[in-house]
Design a protein around this ligand. Structure first.
Ligand code: ARG
Length: 461
């Protein structure tokens, strides 16, 4: 027997392998709630416009609600023969209410149906990601507040550069994740249009009201071009790209956590709930969750490139290629949700070793710039010359195997006679960070200002 939905002109059914490559039900069943919601909104609009009788609409809506309950209760028998979620639901509706079920698909196609279902799903996922990002930002704000004055080394090239505070470092991630959040908001803004009613591709001759269905489904307005409505997957691409960028931020953080938690660094200790042991080496505490966040970022990047590649060769409008959009988005969404939750947990309850951080902050002559700045400020030396004198001081300290602050004043005066005891006040890591009061700088006073501003902003994000 041919397909009961479109088999009219077919003499025989599809080959088993045709069915296998064509079916999407194994994954698009995830869209069941959106599909039923879309169908109910469509039926209500058809009834309102006199395209469907009120009595038929009631029967259809009741049947669809029964199906939703069946699916949610695990009592629904999905069939691969029926290809996808749309036809599985419609076939079951026919079983439940008879031929009236066939009236639901008036003035609609699976092309606008899948487009509206998928937009609803992606939009909802974006809202979930926004909430998760707010949770992560809140955790960073709390850690930043606790450690606004905790000194740690700041790095460039992974080499100790200048002392910073751990609170400042946390606030860098607040900036990054807030940009991610604003990308999510932007994407929602653009995808907030309903394609329902574009029908197959050209619109329909039935007197439908697309504004009504758009409103009922929580969209700002209907899309304006029927061809674009069924061929556009920008909303999925935007979700994947914002996920990839957010994943990249999470991955850089994960990498820092991996490094910081090594005994060699010892800046942080992960809680028992967010680390694992080794089955052979009893002393080990491994940062598996951080490593997996780092690795899973690759998966999201892969999904982004996969869908970009699927879309790039498609002429308008719908091609079956587009069915490949779903697994990419579903897996990326599940992955990102997990990454955000794991990171929020890890950062929230890791222990910060202030002693280890401070010790490391002083290593590698990290206050050399402060010495040069002192020469400029106090002696009026041009910075280039100050840089040179300081370089010689570093070489001397290296030779004597001591820190800059342990050099004798007499030794420093040999490099420049104008140097006084006062210079030592700028060579400590605390005074170094305290002095960095420029807007956005690492001074605890500045960091606290930024924390206060972000806390106010967070409430409105
Ligand atoms: N399962 C299909 C998809 O996900 C639904 C749309 C099918 N439309 C069609 N004309 N074959 O893309």
């Amino acid at each position: 027997r041919g397909n009961q939905m479109w088999g009219g002109r077919f003499a025989s059914g599809p080959a088993a392998i045709m069915q296998a490559i064509n079916a999407s039900i194994s994954f698009d069943r995830k869209l069941h709630a959106e599909d039923i919601r879309g169908s109910i909104a469509h039926s209500e609009m058809l009834a309102e416009k006199g395209i469907l009788t009120k009595a038929d609409q009631k029967k259809i809506a009741k049947g669809l609600k029964t199906i939703l309950a069946e699916i949610e209760g695990g009592a629904f028998a999905f069939s691969e023969k029926l290809e996808d979620i749309h036809m599985n639901v419609e076939a079951r509706l026919a079983e439940l209410i008879g031929p009236t079920a066939g009236r639901l698909h008036t003035a609609r196609s699976r092309n606008d149906q899948v487009a509206v279902d998928f937009r609803l799903w992606v939009k909802n996922e974006c809202l979930r990601v926004a909430e998760a990002l707010k949770g992560l930002i809140a955790v960073f704000l709390r850690r930043a507040e606790e450690h606004a004055a905790t000194v740690m080394p700041g790095f460039t090239h992974m080499q100790a550069a200048q002392p910073v505070t751990f609170g400042h470092h946390c606030m860098a991630y607040v900036e990054m994740f807030s940009r991610d959040l604003s990308r999510v908001r932007d994407a929602i803004e653009r995808m907030d249009e309903s394609p329902l009613g574009a029908a197959a591709l050209a619109g329909t001759g039935f007197p439908i009201d697309r504004h009504m269905t758009a409103k009922a489904l929580g969209f700002r307005e209907p899309t304006r071009n029927s061809l674009d409505s069924v061929s556009d997957r920008d909303f999925a691409l935007e979700f994947l790209s914002l996920s990839a960028i957010c994943g990249t931020h999470l991955s850089r953080l994960a990498e820092e956590i991996v490094i910081w938690s090594t005994p060699q660094f010892g800046f942080i200790r992960l809680s028992d709930s967010f680390s694992t042991g080794s089955s052979i080496m009893p002393q080990k505490k491994n940062p598996d969750a951080a490593e997996l966040v780092r690795a899973k970022t690759g998966r999201i990047n892969g999904h982004l490139v996969a869908l970009l590649t699927v879309m790039k060769g498609l002429p308008l409008t719908y091609s079956k290629d587009m069915q490949e959009d779903k697994e990419a988005v579903f897996d990326a969404a599940e992955t990102l949700d997990l990454m955000l939750a794991a990171m929020t947990g890890m950062v929230g309850d890791m222990t910060v070793d202030q002693v280890a951080m401070k010790r490391a902050a002083g290593a590698g002559f990290s206050t050399a710039t402060d010495l040069a700045d002192w020469l400029v400020r106090t002696l009026g030396m041009p910075f280039r010359e100050a840089h040179h004198v300081t370089g010689r001081a570093v070489a001397l300290a290296e030779e004597k195997k001591v820190g800059l602050e342990k050099l004798a004043l007499a030794d420093l005066q040999e490099l420049h006679p104008g140097i006084t005891q006062d210079v030592f006040s700028v060579l400590s890591v605390q005074n170094s960070v305290k002095s960095r009061v420029s807007y956005g700088g690492t001074a605890p006073s500045e960091v606290r200002k930024q924390i206060r501003a972000w806390k106010k902003r967070l409430a409105k994000l």
